[in-house]
Design a protein. Structure first.
Length: 153
């Protein structure tokens, strides 16, 4: 029997849009039960959001990066490859001139530190397997590229 996973999120905002587009607050809160943490978000500053808060576009990028990390660690562990550090400095692009406006590309740039006798080719294969198994990558239409750097501990 195939399992279906259900995820829930609650988003809340209060204010007034009565004065027009320029004047309402973009600040809002998101919670995802059963997690206790609430995120305070806003819009991108380019769209009148609060630059001190995360925005949905950043969360999409973070989700793609986090999913690749978790997928890679899982496939590396199953392959008995000892990964001791993984850091990704990811970037997403969203050109306003390309309609409909959307994040078109996500570039993941993980620095992966491994120990033991494992070839770069094997690590690259595991990165590819992890990408193919990443739930977020499989859920978005953005082009996702991975530019890894492999380091030996």
């Amino acid at each position: 029997m195939t399992r279906t996973h259900i995820y829930e999120a609650s988003v809340s905002w209060e204010g007034s849009t009565g004065a027009g587009y320029e004047f309402y607050s973009r600040s809002h809160d998101v919670s995802c039960a059963p997690a206790e943490q609430t995120l305070s978000l806003s819009g991108d500053p380019a769209f009148r959001g609060d630059p001190r808060r995360l925005n949905p576009e950043q969360l999409l990028l973070a989700a793609a990066s986090s999913c690749q990390l978790l997928s890679f660690l899982a496939v590396a562990a199953r392959a008995r490859v000892d990964v001791v550090s993984y850091r990704d400095d990811a970037v997403a692009t969203m050109p306003e001139g390309d309609r409909p406006v959307r994040i078109t590309t996500i570039t993941l740039r993980p620095t992966i530190v491994v120990t033991g006798d494992v070839t770069d080719d094997r690590i690259l294969r595991l990165i590819d397997v992890a990408h193919k198994e990443c739930f977020i990558a499989n859920s978005v239409s953005s082009e996702i590229t991975i530019e890894p750097q492999i380091v030996r501990a």
